[in-house]
Design a protein around this ligand. Structure first.
Ligand code: ADP
Ligand code: ADP
Length: 224
């Protein structure tokens, strides 16, 4: 089970070459995509999530051709976009329960068990009856992970999740991701070196749409 990208390129209509032949193999566990703003991280993640198409290249995950078989990919994908919005007046419980229904969890008993397990896993159980509008940045990101985990994804994509979190929130978020990543491919984008150094088994550095280095974080970060 791995995500493979070969020759992935994307030029926006205004001429910006956001991805220029990206080659990456991303195994099970935590993979960090490190790069400055504008490097192409979000473009790559939206492309993998099949929310936008690329101009060239192949992308496969666990036997699925992402560019041809979007429906199969969506079944195994969890995606947490950057700056995702929440309905401020809805409680965590009600929102997650509603999303679980949309995911096809029709039966009340098993659905409530799933929702409860996810809120516990993300340390939000005690806050289940609070409205999402009152959540801190860290709670909101953990709620986003709970949402993204609803369909038991095999591939989890998280785009700049720790931006704006304070150190304690970042620590809790790191622990949560580390726990999840044991049997899932997790792709995390960030511009914060310590996110990848603390958390990831493998990483790549993206600059101006090119992978300029990849490998084990401690070795790579030493060479920066
Ligand atoms: P990152 O996530 O690393 O900050 P992005 O993927 O958002 O990088 O952006 C890569 C490059 O593509 C940047 O130069 C950005 O301005 C440009 N870009 C991103 N989205 C669009 C778009 N929809 N139209 C035109 N240019 C875009
Ligand atoms: P409804 O489905 O009518 O909206 P619920 O019974 O789902 O109402 O939820 C009412 C409240 O009860 C929720 O806010 C939640 O905190 C709590 N609750 C519901 N189901 C469970 C459960 N399985 N375990 C613990 N608390 C629950």
């Amino acid at each position: 089970m791995e995500l493979r990208l070969e020759g992935v390129s994307k030029t926006y209509p205004n001429g910006t070459r956001a991805l220029q032949g990206v080659n990456l193999t991303i195994p099970r566990g935590m993979f960090g995509l490190l790069g400055p703003n504008g490097a192409g991280k979000s473009t790559l993640m939206r492309s993998i999530a099949t929310l936008q198409d690329v101009d060239a290249g192949t992308m496969t995950f666990d036997g699925i051709d992402l560019r041809r078989d979007k429906d199969r990919l969506r079944e195994v994908l969890g995606y947490l976009p950057q700056d995702f919005g929440v309905y401020p007046k809805v409680t965590a419980w009600d929102m997650l329960d509603h999303l679980a229904q949309l995911k096809g969890l029709a039966q009340r008993g098993p659905r409530h068990d799933t929702v409860k397990a996810l809120l516990q896993k993300t340390n939000l159980w005690e806050h289940r009856d609070r409205r999402l509008g009152g959540f801190s940045g860290g709670m909101k990101q953990r709620f986003g992970i709970a949402q993204a985990l609803l369909g038991n994804p095999k591939l989890l994509i998280v785009d700049e999740p720790t931006a704006g979190l304070d150190p304690a929130e970042r620590f809790r978020f790191h622990n949560l991701l580390a726990e999840i990543s044991t049997d899932v491919v997790v792709l995390l984008s960030t511009h914060i070196v310590s996110d990848v150094a603390d958390l990831c088994q493998n990483m790549a550095i993206l600059a101006q749409g090119n992978v300029v280095a990849s490998g084990h974080p401690l070795k790579l970060v030493e060479s920066l």
